[in-house]
Design a protein around this ligand. Structure first.
Ligand SMILES: [Zn+2]
Length: 282
């Protein structure tokens, strides 16, 4: 069977538009992929793991040389789309396929950072996958980290904060390696410390009025401090602005003095502004 995406009858992307494929790759499930040897070798630091010079893998299909690879067609299809810089979205490669494709690319001497630019579809799709609330963002971070794919690890690190430190399992820790684990732990710690600093600043006070003197304002500041203390203790490193605001909202609504309310809101907005500016990635 011949691949529908890589056969002699399709239009290859630039600069191979008018150049016929010169080699065929046959996968373990006997699918034939027509490719340009030049494209594969130039993307690799090991001449594609010496595939094209290994006589033991050579066969013939009409006039073209066939090279046998142990990967299956689904993975090789994903690998070749990456190497040619074309979209594989119509095949909807799942996370496991992409993970195997990354493994395969490394095996053939291709650096992921060089083959997968940040504006490519597969990069964007992986970041979007990590950003989805119901996915395991740590898996994407771990995948990127395990291949030292710095750009992807950085972009996914914020979403990986969704998984508390206590739930980072041993297998993921080993896979991502000590450096990326340390960077993720530091991100958790630095963001929580930054939120703590922001919350520690009390709201401003106003001058005494017939309805609100310094004693009542001390009570207001204490109420703020209680919520701030609760947030310092409970807030995750990726706490949302809405979550922080909601926590203060109930207290502010119970404050009778409008000027105290204004000061409290000003402080909460200050916290949110500061929180948005805190570094989000490793
Ligand atoms: Zn007041």
């Amino acid at each position: 069977m011949t691949s529908t995406a890589f056969n002699p009858n399709i239009h290859f992307p630039y600069p191979y538009t008018d150049i016929h494929p010169d080699s065929i790759i046959q996968t373990s499930d006997e699918v034939l992929f027509h490719v340009h040897r030049d494209r594969l070798q130039t993307r690799s630091r090991t001449a594609f793991d010496g595939l094209f010079t290994d006589n033991s893998t050579v066969g013939l299909n009409r006039s073209l040389v066939v090279f046998l690879v142990p990967e299956d067609a689904t993975v090789m299809n994903c690998v070749l789309h990456i190497l040619y810089g074309t979209s594989s979205r119509i095949y909807c490669p799942d996370f496991e396929t992409i993970a195997q494709a990354f493994e395969t690319l490394q095996k053939y001497g291709c650096r992921l950072s060089e083959c997968i630019p940040q504006d490519s579809e597969i990069f964007t799709d992986l970041v979007c996958h990590a950003a989805e609330p119901n996915t395991d963002a740590l898996k994407v971070y771990t995948l990127a980290a395990s291949h030292d794919f710095e750009e992807l690890a950085v972009q996914c690190s914020y979403y990986a904060l969704r998984i508390p430190i206590s739930r980072i399992d041993e297998g993921s820790s080993i896979m991502m390696g000590p450096l990326y684990l340390l960077r993720l732990l530091r991100l958790h710690a630095s963001r929580r410390a930054a939120l703590h600093r922001l919350l520690m600043e009390p709201p401003e006070r106003h001058e005494d009025t017939p309805f609100c003197n310094w004693r009542r304002q001390i009570g207001t500041t204490r109420a703020y401090g209680l919520i701030a203390g609760y947030l310092t203790w409970e807030a995750p490193a990726d706490a949302s602005a809405t979550w922080i605001t909601t926590a203060f909202e109930r207290v502010i609504q119970c404050v009778e003095c409008p000027r105290c309310q204004i000061n409290l809101w000003a402080r909460v907005l200050g916290v949110i502004r500061g929180w948005n500016d805190v570094k989000k990635t490793i």
